[in-house]
Design a protein around this ligand. Structure first.
Ligand code: FBP
Length: 241
């Protein structure tokens, strides 16, 4: 039996606030306000997000339990070189201890390290499903064999791989012909990453929802903004109405 996504959705749609960037990109994404994880935790509550995405260290010290926690189980820095690989830095058992409602894992499709990535993912999926915890796969095509990570055929492949590997939800970048990408994910919901802060974000969001996306797991476009809650209000209209 696949785990229920009920705790992570409102009417089948989801809005997650992602804040794992301190590990993935380093503090260059932050300013003096959003460098404080408490600011983002509070934003997740005030914005009525369906989940907040933290790495273990942040969750342990700053998670208040007021919105569902999605614990990222793997991660890497922007400084690591070579074919992409994001090692496990936490476990399903730790996610349960922290009160997580789901776990997240980044798959680098096409990486020279795909065999290790797939086998780490399988272990996460087995442990999570044994505990009735959903697994959200971030699937990004990366590595020397990937020329364009948002080409329609590549994004569709990312979506399908999440379904094949047994993820319960997939997080993807947005791209053209996104309706086909969503179709390739079968019955698993597709949530879209926000990317760098961009004036066209809400338009992209509307396009993604029209193509069948089930919501967003967005970070920088929200917490880097001057008035994050106003943007959340607009985004909520797009996702939930
Ligand atoms: P953003 O909305 O800020 O793009 O966050 C989504 C996310 O998937 C984060 O969870 C993750 O840290 C980051 O993007 C990864 O970005 P990159 O594309 O540089 O690997």
């Amino acid at each position: 039996m696949v785990p229920s996504l009920k705790r992570l959705q409102s009417n089948g749609k989801s809005l997650f606030l992602a804040y794992d960037h301190g590990l993935e990109h380093g503090p260059s994404d932050f300013n003096s306000r959003n460098v404080d994880p408490s600011f983002v935790m509070e934003l997740a509550v005030k914005g009525k997000f369906n989940g907040v995405v933290f790495q273990h260290g942040i969750a342990e010290r700053y998670y208040t339990g007021k919105v569902p926690l999605i614990l990222k189980l793997n991660g890497k820095t922007a400084l690591s070189k070579g074919e992409p690989f994001s090692p496990l830095v936490s476990s399903v058992a730790e996610a349960i201890d922290l009160g997580a409602s789901a776990v997240g894992y980044t798959v680098y499709l096409g990486s020279g390290n795909e065999p290790q990535i797939f086998s780490d993912f399988a272990k996460v999926r087995q442990d999570a499903h044994a505990a009735n915890l959903p697994v959200i796969a971030w699937v990004y095509a990366r590595g020397s064999s990937i020329k364009n990570d948002t080409a329609p055929d590549i994004l569709a492949y990312c979506a399908r791989v999440a379904l094949e590997l047994g993820a319960d939800m997939v997080k993807l970048k947005h791209g053209s012909k996104f309706g086909w990408t969503v179709k390739c994910a079968g019955s698993i919901p597709v949530v879209v990453a926000g990317g760098m802060k961009d004036a066209g974000f809400l338009k992209m969001a509307a396009d993604a929802m029209k193509s069948g996306a089930s919501g967003f797991a967005v970070g920088r476009n929200i917490w880097q903004g001057d008035d994050p809650l106003s943007l959340v209000k607009e985004l909520r209209k797009i996702v939930f109405s």
